[in-house]
Design a protein around this ligand. Structure first.
Ligand code: FES
Length: 174
């Protein structure tokens, strides 16, 4: 066998295949594996700490009950959902986020005065959530009301800001 034939038959080293010495190649492999493990652990941790939203929790969908359960002109608090379900005098629905649009205090409903009155700086809102008295700069935010058959559902995953009350914001049963 000539010297050239011997060279062709000899197993090639990693060094000659990749230009990287074998020890460095292995170290690179272990580093890559460790990196994958760290990323995987991070993904699992993030999943653990993210809120798990389910039905009936703030951030999820609330099944409020049948339309007939709410008389016209009523305001019903859903404390766990942080909203009020308003049934307007003409039978429509609004879901008002209870968070004051001034500095975020929880705003209670005053049944006697038929107003939402903020305990922090005395902003006043009417039954539609519109501002009657500053410093609140805008009406109470809305949550989406969905009427599924005769059932009222409120989706608290996203609130809608508004500059003023508009009747088109009311959701009516069909
Ligand atoms: S937080 Fe409601 S008026 Fe200031």
């Amino acid at each position: 066998m000539t010297e050239n034939q011997q060279r062709l038959c000899a197993p090639e080293s990693l060094h000659s295949q990749t230009g990287i010495p074998r020890r460095d190649f292995l170290r690179l492999g272990w580093t890559a594996l460790a990196g994958v493990a760290v990323v995987e652990a991070g993904v699992v941790s993030v999943g653990f700490f993210l809120p798990r939203l389910s039905e009936g929790e703030f951030g999820g969908v609330f099944k409020c009950g049948a339309v007939d359960k709410f008389p016209n002109g009523s305001v019903t608090p859903f404390n766990e959902g942080r909203f009020y379900l308003v049934r307007t005098q003409d039978g429509g629905f609004l879901a008002l986020y209870r968070k004051c649009t001034h500095l975020g205090c929880a705003v209670p409903w005053d049944q006697t005065k038929q107003q939402f009155i903020c305990p922090c700086h005395a902003s006043v809102f009417d039954q539609n959530g519109d501002v009657l008295n500053a410093p609140a700069p805008r009406p109470l935010d809305l949550f989406q009301v969905n009427l599924v058959g005769d059932q009222v559902q409120v989706d608290t995953s996203k609130q809608t800001r508004r500059d003023r009350f508009d009747p088109t914001q009311i959701v009516y049963p069909t």
